[in-house]
Design a binder for this molecule. Structure first.
Ligand code: AMP
Ligand code: MG
Length: 319
């Protein structure tokens, strides 16, 4: 644990993040567990350290509006909110910009991205890193969000490379998440910014229901991010013409007749497999791939979230 208000701590955090490490950082809401949002394996380490059983989308924390506008499309309403409430406890869910450098594991493959400019050192660290910082709360999955550096250490211990101590979080609640859409404001999560303040600043009502169905809760949508072909798990053989997704160089019966073979991690590294998973599923989402066989993936560590995502991809469609 090192003090957040020392320039040497900032430099250490930047170096660690640039090297693919994960760092617990104070913000005004709660302590975040940050990684370079453009580095898939670093983002995978966040899920691993938290023991998160699924890959839900993370908030990308930016240094300034310029960085934010390289990641997402801001309409005039989104700009007004950013101008009025950033830095602060407001997260905006916006359409992701084509060619956004944020890794697909950080956005869970969604066409939208959640952005926030926090108060405190995280913004200057993102500026020095030259990249947004993906960060959920710095606690083990299912535990309360940490509002002090010692909460972080008690919850994550040695799973995190570095903890910056910035004292108790001033707001102490997660950010309020708003999705501006077609001139309306939808509340996706209540948090540290009172919707009444947003209403006063914009003259618009904050709508308590999300726009449209399950899309806002990607983790709940069973068949979310499935390729169009059918997916068969724990495969021990490949039928002729099936595509095969394998792991750690594993060969199974009939794979010489596979349409194509993708190895999530030839080295058998679950972090690498997590970082490649969405890209492999997207690559296989083609009209000429009707069936996909997937070998059994280990269930320990990140394997749990990988298997969760694969189970969703294999679930009957239209749920
Ligand atoms: P936490 O992991 O506690 O920081 O929470 C992040 C929150 O942001 C979760 O509730 C996510 O579901 C939500 N979130 C992140 N990205 C998106 C997105 N693109 N659309 C909707 N919600 C999002
Ligand atoms: Mg959390």
């Amino acid at each position: 644990m090192i003090p957040a208000d020392d320039p040497r701590s900032i430099a250490a955090a930047v170096a660690c993040l640039a090297d693919g490490g994960i760092v617990a950082l104070p913000t005004e809401t709660v302590y975040g567990l940050g990684a370079d949002a453009t580095n898939g394996e670093a983002v995978a380490r966040i899920f691993e350290a938290k023991g998160r059983p699924r890959f839900n989308p993370l908030i990308a924390h930016v240094s300034d509006l310029d960085m934010a506008r390289r990641l997402a499309v801001f309409d005039p309403l989104a700009l007004r909110l950013a101008d009025r409430f950033w830095p602060g406890p407001l997260t905006l869910v916006l359409p992701a910009l084509d060619g956004s450098p944020v890794h697909v594991l950080a956005s869970a493959g969604l066409p939208t991205i959640a952005l926030r400019m926090p108060r405190g050192v995280m913004g200057s660290i993102a500026a020095a890193l030259g990249a947004p910082i993906a960060a959920p709360s710095a606690n083990r999955s299912g535990r309360v969000s940490p509002t002090t550096a010692s909460h972080v250490e008690a919850s994550l211990g040695s799973a995190v490379d570095l903890v910056l101590d910035g004292g108790p979080a001033s707001v102490g609640l997660e950010s309020t998440i708003i999705k501006p859409l077609d001139g309306r404001l939808h509340l996706l999560r209540a948090g540290g910014l009172d919707p009444a303040e947003i209403e006063a600043a914009t003259g618009l009502a904050v709508i308590r229901t999300p726009p449209g169905p399950a899309v806002e809760a990607p983790g709940q949508l069973v068949s979310h991010y499935a390729p169009s072909g059918s997916v068969r798990l724990e495969a021990r053989h490949v039928d002729p013409g099936e595509a095969l997704v394998t792991f750690a160089g594993r060969r199974i019966e009939g794979d010489e007749a596979a349409a194509e073979i993708h190895d999530l991690s030839p080295a058998g590294n679950l972090r690498e497999a997590a970082a490649r998973l969405f890209a492999v599923l997207a690559e296989l989402d083609r009209p000429d791939i009707a069936r996909i066989a997937v070998v059994a993936i280990p269930r320990e560590g990140l394997g749990e979230a990988i298997n969760d995502r694969l189970t969703r991809a294999a679930a009957p469609r239209g749920l």
